[in-house]
Design a protein around this ligand. Sequence first.
Ligand SMILES: [Ca+2]
Length: 394
Amino acid sequence: MKAKWPAVLLGGFVLLQPLSGFAAPGDWFSDDFESGTLRSSDSPPGRWDQTAVVSPNTLASRAEGAHRGRYGLTVSDSTSTAGSLASVIAVSDTLASEFHVRTWLRLRSVTASGRIILMQAHPALVELRLLEQGTGLIWELSVRNGPEPTYFSLHGSRVEPGRWYLVEFSVRGLGTTSGEARLWVDGVAQGSPLSGRDWNHSEYVFNEFQVGEPWSDTGTFKGFIDFDDVRVSAAPMASRLELRRPAVASSGCIAVDVALRSSAAAVPAPAPYATDVDLRVTGNTGTFHSDEGCKVPVKGALLPLGASERRVYFRPGGTAGRAMLEASHPDFLPAKLDLEVDAGVGPDAVPDEDGAEGPWTTDLGCASAPGALLALPFLLVPWLRRRRERRTPR
Ligand SMILES: [Ca+2]
């Protein structure tokens, strides 16, 4: 018998594009380096206004520097000279309240260690640096305070050459006495926020962004630095994927929301471009579909530009037990969702015949009650078991 459970929305709603408070993604600047060029005067035009290179150091859009796509930015530092080394510079509208920066970043073929600056936000002078500690390097985010040229820093985890990191920092409270800067690496907050900064001075604004190796006090670092998917925005940007079970019951197909989230706030963030998220299942079998009837199979979820969420449907194909759903995309941190797949929750599941209402009829409020929504699978499976047991003659 065909299941006839209605797709009930759990006394609330799921926001598909809650973009209030978010500017357009990467609205101040973005470069995926896929043009193969850097400067706006190049052909085809790149995204950067200027380059600053001190020979024999080099700066180029190269295949070796790609984290996603064909090209990334590669800086090569082959000198032991202090000062300016090699960087790209973007200039745009002044942001006087807050700004957010993210990039994929990798150190490669490092032959000599040393303290360097990787990014500078001008004229406020917020700097992402590498700091020598022991025999290695750690992340450092530095800001100034008041009119004095003194830096205050937070320190993060160790930086290992040869692997990519998603590095993000946010700066809020420009022009106030409650300035705050925060740093994340691979979505994990680093150190304590640099808060309570006195930025109530005219230089604490942002209109110029410099990436590469804009400066080194010691000059001792030698090696390559790769950057890809550099974006700067007036609002928090997407950094991680998320898989969630929405408050919907349907006929044998499990609704799953594929969402983009920012590190700065636990709320959805918009896709900076049409984002094709790959989906797979491990620990069990099953298929993904675009429709709640599980008729149209899909390999992934496509989030259009500006969208923060997309619903797909998972049809369990294996035995009862656990299934791990996984979402991945090269520009964002991956997500997993551990599902309890009950044999009764399948396309041939028996519909309710005695009028008893399922657990989803409980008013759990809006989707802003995450605890209630997370509890849904745990309510649903035991309830289905009880219903089957009641129907099964003993
Ligand atoms: Ca790229």
